[in-house]
Each structure stands twice: as structure tokens, then as C-alpha cells.
Write a new protein. Structure first.
Length: 289
């Protein structure tokens, strides 16, 4: 019999549906706990941004000041990478990625995430059930979400690159002879650089995989590490009161670690996207000088 629970449990690779037993509800199996958390985080970010920018003043209040600080910091950082000619086109998306990923990573550390929902009663540890279907799951610990963000970026990356340098220039940059070599030597090197271009295409195609797996792997592992620390006393068979104290004290250092990992992974994801844009568009700027 299913019942509420208060004990955390390790994440599974798949995000369970919240309404899988309610077949009468349209698309009931599609609403996973990960999508539910994504909607919460997106709503919060939109609400905060609208509140911070509703009444802009020369002397900003706390919300406006914090919002402007984040925007200015991200703008300066990204402009130094993608360049002035691309920052206006790419900043909104890249900054949104950073804010959404950071909020998702830190949301995972709130009490109740992964420890409130439904479970099967397993008497013994605190006399409460073990989790089977958590109500809240960190959205960046779901490979579907991280892969979707990476694929969306790659579509926009291709669009920005082609519209910035042109399709012909893009293909020449991928498959053409580099270094300004011309004449007979240029003809000799054509097959070699064409083969190098094919390798570059394969490398580019793997970017969404590396982007998504890096973020997913770190957050997924971090969540399960914290759960392991919470349930370590139970796993070792310690007395119930010792297991309870251990479940509160042992995870604390790892919470601080996950705070750092959360901002680090959001920054890495955003900066890698910015570097990919710079690599495919910077040569156009270089040729203008």
C-alpha cells in the first residue's frame, strides 16, 4: 500500500510519472516529477525577473540591484568570449541557461526534494516508508532535460553561425585548406583537410552528448551521494537514534560541496556554449582586421 514518506531515497535514472495510475487524465504519463520541478523553477525565475524590473529606478532597490548585478556580470563575461558582434544575439539565451541551470541545481538541495512523495512502508528506520516515487526531482538530474537543452543550443548555434559567417564560409572553414596554402600544395592538402573536416563534423555532433552527460552526471551523482550519507547509519545497521543523528550531521559537508558544484556546472555549461559560438564565428571577425 502506498503512503507518504519523509525519508530521502536515491534517484533512479528514469523520472517517474506523477499520475501514472490516473489513465483518465490526458497525457498523465508525460507529467514526470522532473517536468513538474522544471515548471516550478521556470515560474520562479520569470516571477523574480518581472518583479525586479517592474519599476526600474536610478537608485535601485535590493531586487533590481541583484538583478542588474547578475546581468552585468554575465554580459561582461560572455562578451569577452563570443565578441561584440555576437553578444547581442546570444546573451539572452546563454544567460537564461545559466540562471535556469543554477536555480535547478540549488533547488535540489532544498528539504523535501526527493524525500516527499509516495513509498512502500518498510518498518524499522524511524518507522516511516522508503521512497519509490518522489514528488520533486532535480530537473538537471534528468538526462531528458539536459539533453534537450544541449540539442536546443546546437540548433541555435548552427543558425547563429550560418547567419553570421554564411553557409559557404562555414563549409570552407570546416573542410577548406587552412593556413593560406595555395597552388599545387593546396591541391595536395585538399583530401587531408576534407578528412579533418569530417572528423570535425563528428566532433561537433558529439557536443550535445558531452554537454548533457557532464551536467546530468554531476548532479545525479551529487544527489545520490547526499542520499547515501543520509541513509549511511541505516545501511551500517547502527542503532536507530545513532542512525537518526548521522542522517542529519553526515550530509552537511556535502551540501556545501553541492552548492559549489551547482554553480560550477551552470558556469561550465554556459561557458562551453559560448566557446563553441566563438570558435565558429571568430574567424569572420579576424578576417575583417
Amino acid at each position: 500500500m502506498l503512503s507518504p514518506f519523509l525519508i530521502a531515497a536515491g534517484l533512479t535514472l528514469d523520472a517517474p510519472s506523477l499520475f501514472k495510475d490516473f489513465q483518465a487524465i490526458p497525457f498523465s504519463e508525460s507529467l514526470t516529477n522532473s517536468i513538474f520541478v522544471s515548471a516550478i523553477i521556470a515560474s520562479f525565475v520569470i516571477w523574480f525577473c518581472r518583479r525586479a524590473t517592474r519599476n526600474m529606478t536610478l537608485i535601485p532597490g535590493a531586487r533590481q540591484n541583484s538583478f542588474e548585478t547578475i546581468v552585468e556580470m554575465l554580459y561582461d563575461m560572455l562578451e569577452a568570449i563570443v565578441g561584440r558582434h555576437m553578444i547581442a544575439r546570444t546573451f539572452a539565451f546563454l544567460a537564461t541557461l545559466f540562471v535556469f541551470i543554477l536555480a535547478s541545481n540549488w533547488f535540489a538541495l532544498f528539504p523535501g526534494v526527493g524525500s516527499i512523495g509516495w513509498g512502500v512502508k518498510q518498518p524499522g528506520f524511524l518507522n516511516v516508508p522508503d521512497v519509490t516515487t518522489p514528488l520533486l526531482r532535480p530537473t538537471t538530474a534528468d538526462l531528458n532535460m539536459t539533453l534537450a537543452m544541449a540539442l536546443l543550443f546546437m540548433v541555435l548555434w548552427f543558425y547563429w553561425t550560418v547567419t553570421s559567417v554564411g553557409l559557404k564560409h562555414f563549409l570552407v572553414h570546416m573542410f577548406g585548406v587552412k593556413g593560406g596554402v595555395k597552388g599545387f600544395m593546396g591541391l595536395v592538402l585538399v583530401p587531408i583537410f576534407f578528412f579533418v573536416g569530417i572528423i570535425e563534423v563528428v566532433s561537433t555532433a558529439f557536443r550535445p552528448v558531452s554537454l548533457s552527460l557532464r551536467l546530468f552526471g554531476n548532479i545525479f551523482a551529487g544527489e545520490n551521494l547526499i542520499v547515501t550519507m543520509i541513509t549511511l547509519g541505516k545501511t551500517l545497521g547502527l542503532p536507530q537514534w545513532v542512525a537518526y543523528v548521522a542522517s542529519v550531521t553526515l550530509p552537511v559537508p556535502f551540501y556545501f560541496l553541492e552548492i559549489l558544484v551547482g554553480i560550477l556546472q551552470a558556469t561550465v555549461f554556459m561557458l562551453l556554449c559560448a566557446v563553441y559560438i566563438q570558435l565558429s564565428t571568430a574567424h569572420d571577425e579576424e578576417e575583417e582586421h
